[in-house]
Design a binder for this molecule. Structure first.
Ligand SMILES: Cc1cc2nc3c(=O)[nH]c(=O)nc-3n(C[C@H](O)[C@H](O)[C@H](O)COP(=O)(O)OP(=O)(O)OC[C@H]3O[C@@H](n4cnc5c(N)ncnc54)[C@H](O)[C@@H]3O)c2cc1C
Length: 461
């Protein structure tokens, strides 16, 4: 590990308001842990930033000492790029400010916020912007990769609602990026990941949502999977934008609304969220119940913030995780057959295959409008292997890889960069798709020496 001279570290500390952690410090091991327990990296130094000025100091320190830099927002990324071996981990997780202007329907959000932090502040005013489906995810990484969730069919990707960002660039400058200022940077930030600088403040458009929404789960027996999935494919093609339905195939967790004999057995579940008047939603979701003979359902009108946390217990930090993802423009019969084949051989009780429907408003933005260009992705599929012990690594990873390969013929172009694992470097250009050449130009302008390379890296042109 790089040993930095004590005098240099003391000099850095003198200009840095947050904590600086070194190996051996009491908090060091806890702070370097991230969501995916497969990642166990040891930075030489962790800079726990409290402000944009701290971020500037950290970037300058990294440059002077030629240190590899990693950036941690919510620490959720599967690839583990939030933490590096032998470099400087810039930890933003303490920067948790959210300011909501309910009249303008705008929010400014600091880069350490989780979806929970942002949703809670915005929902205090009956407002929200589309985010992901697991409340412990970081707003920063999710936004920079694109971001989609229950509200996306109605209000677009998270980046479609990004109005501006404050960024610390590789040369330590603080710049503002919006449609009218540094518009090339603003274009790149919306889907180009953490390649161009460190965002210290996001500004979002908000929308009236809830605060109560019709939402919940319907679980079907696995032997009805084929019929349920075919109907799911047809239904989601024409459902209104206010409605979102995702499907997940997995072993049933011990949920109280499911009969005990079903717990631990394969099921197909539909997760439903209606972002409009619940009475209208009730009528629209009625056909879903007739996709088969459900084991049970738990659907009702509940606070949007509660629904946003519904999947948290299944996605806690500390397990070993590996996943692979495809975009689909349509969910074909061939894809459905492969989903059923692999959902019949789940290698651990926590593994799952999910298909999230997006489309709607996400598909109405021109592919070249911003760096995220996969506007034809009406579905995002993720095969999520999740297990507890390192002895199961090989078996669980092999299952996910095999499913990925077998479902590839049914996928459309592009891939969601926020779902790429650390071994998918060969897929990076494919994931950025048509935007890649322009992204390399923006990278050359804002980070020509590739200081920010612990990410799904775009090489400077
Ligand atoms: C359980 C789970 C559920 C998920 N569900 C969804 C979902 O519903 N929808 C969805 O769209 N995605 C979802 N994701 C994917 C998620 O969007 C990505 O993992 C995202 O990268 C997480 O962001 P983070 O800030 O928590 O991650 P981190 O690991 O902290 O950051 C990821 C990367 O983003 C960059 N970065 C982070 N902060 C900054 C910053 N301030 N400035 C510049 N670069 C930065 C860095 O390169 C960093 O390595 C999910 C992930 C998990 C693990």
């Amino acid at each position: 590990m790089t040993q930095l001279p004590t005098a240099e570290i003391d000099e850095f500390k003198a200009h840095f308001r947050g904590d600086v952690l070194l190996p051996g410090d009491p908090a060091y091991d806890e702070v370097r842990q991230i969501w995916n327990a497969m990642i166990d990296r040891k930075p030489s130094l962790i800079a726990r930033c409290t402000s944009a000025e701290d971020v500037v100091q950290a970037v300058k320190f990294a440059r002077i000492h030629n240190l590899l830099v990693s950036i941690r927002g919510g620490g959720h990324n599967i690839a583990g790029n939030a933490v590096c071996d032998d470099g400087l981990m810039i930890d933003l997780s303490l920067m948790k400010g959210v300011q909501v202007d309910p009249n303008a329907r705008r929010a400014t959000v600091e880069p350490g916020c989780t979806l929970f932090d942002f949703d809670a502040a915005a929902q205090a005013h009956g407002l929200a912007t589309p985010l992901g489906i697991n409340s412990t995810t970081g707003v920063a990484g999710l936004t920079l990769g694109g971001g989609f969730g229950w509200l996306s069919r109605k209000y677009g990707m998270t980046i479609d609602n990004l109005l501006s960002a404050d960024v610390v660039t590789a040369d330590g400058r603080q710049v503002h990026a919006s449609a009218t200022e540094n518009d090339d940077l603003f274009w790149g930030l919306r889907g180009g990941g953490g390649n161009f600088g460190i965002v210290t403040r996001f500004e979002f458009q908000l929308h009236a949502v809830g605060p109560d929404v019709l939402s919940g789960l319907i679980a079907f027996p696995f032997d009805q999977a084929k019929s349920v999935l075919k109907q799911f494919a047809r239904f989601t093609e024409t459902m209104p934008d206010d409605l979102n339905v995702w499907m997940v195939a997995r072993k049933a967790p011990p949920l109280p609304f499911l009969p005990e004999e079903v717990h631990g057995k394969e099921i197909v579940a539909l997760a439903v969220c209606y972002a409009g008047d619940p009475n209208k939603g009730e009528k629209l979701i009625e056909p879903l119940r007739r996709f088969g003979t459900p084991h049970g359902e738990h659907i009702g009108v509940q606070p949007y913030t509660v629904w946003q946390q519904a999947f948290d217990p299944l996605l806690t930090r500390g397990a070993r995780n590996y996943w692979k993802s495809h975009n689909f423009s349509q969910l074909s019969d061939g894809a459905i057959d492969v989903i059923i084949e692999y959902a019949s051989t789940l290698p651990s009780p926590q593994c799952e295959i999910f298909v999230g429907a997006i489309g709607g408003q996400t598909a109405r933005v021109a592919p070249e409008a911003m760096a995220y260009s996969s506007r034809d992705a009406n579905y995002v599929m993720n095969v999520h292997a999740r297990w507890e012990s390192a002895t199961e690594d090989e078996r669980c990873i092999a299952w996910a890889r095999q499913f990925f390969a077998k479902s590839q013929p049914f996928a459309s172009g592009g891939a969601y960069i926020n779902f790429l694992t650390q071994d998918e470097t060969a897929r990076i250009a494919f994931a950025y798709g048509a935007a890649y050449n322009r992204l390399m130009e923006v990278k050359k302008k804002y980070d020509p020496a590739n200081l920010f390379r612990m990410n799904h890296n775009i090489k400077p042109a």
